[in-house]
Design a protein around this ligand. Structure first.
Ligand SMILES: NC(=O)c1ccc[n+]([C@@H]2O[C@H](COP(=O)([O-])OP(=O)(O)OC[C@H]3O[C@@H](n4cnc5c(N)ncnc54)[C@H](OP(=O)(O)O)[C@@H]3O)[C@@H](O)[C@H]2O)c1
Length: 176
């Protein structure tokens, strides 16, 4: 069983913080949200249950698939996700023929399990080594950076450099 081509998208600090109190860290990254919206327009978003919990609502114009071991306990956000699946394998089975534009949007647990099945990683790096948080992650796939651009971020009122990087994954795992 094979996943369709998938892109993992995430933002981290230099000290690898990606989340704090089931929210994003206290940063404001110029251009990050518009970039996320543009990249994921019309896509299927695959996420862990905790990341689903962190969303205020379903994101318009996107399909939502949530991975959880407790299928009956996923909280609706006005409405339920389009799909709720009980494992990465079930996600793969459900994805067959459903969408050719799939984004893995978090969080740390789901990134860990699925990073090597992705063809592309869209990474935002905030150049701050002291961002506070309780979820840490950094991709460990072997990649080539194929695009990079600079931006800025505000972290607790302090301006920091930040970068958007597009990685092509060198070795994509084929079968799950
Ligand atoms: N900086 C970023 O780019 C970014 C992006 C997204 C999220 N985040 C942040 O990341 C944090 C959440 O990440 P997280 O790692 O704590 O949680 P997560 O990956 O979003 O979700 C974890 C949940 O997914 C389910 N799950 C995980 N592995 C599974 C498996 N093999 N089979 C079935 N279900 C599985 C479990 O749900 P059940 O407990 O229901 O069984 C588990 O509790 C939040 O702070 C969020 O704001 C940051």
């Amino acid at each position: 069983m094979r996943f369709p081509p998938m892109t993992l998208i995430y933002a981290r600090s230099l000290n690898d913080v990606i989340g704090d109190g089931n929210n994003l860290p206290a940063w404001k990254i110029a251009g990050d949200l518009p970039r996320f919206k543009e990249l994921t327009k019309g896509a299927l978003l695959l996420m862990g249950r905790k990341t689903w919990d962190s969303l205020p609502r379903k994101l318009p114009g996107r399909k939502h698939m949530v991975i959880t071991r407790n299928i009956d306990q996923v909280e609706p956000k006005g409405e339920l996700p389009d799909w709720i699946v009980s494992s990465p394998l079930a996600a793969c089975q459900t994805l067959q023929g459903v969408s050719d534009k799939v984004f893995i949007i978090g969080g740390g647990q789901i990134y860990n399990v699925l990073q090597h099945y992705c063809t592309t990683i869209e990474e935002t790096v905030v150049m701050d080594n002291n961002v506070a948080g309780d979820v840490h992650w950094r991709h460990t796939a072997r990649t080539d950076i194929v695009a990079e651009s600079a931006t800025t971020a505000l972290v607790h009122g302090i301006s920091r450099n930040a970068f958007f990087r597009t990685h092509q994954v060198r070795t994509v795992w084929k079968d799950i």
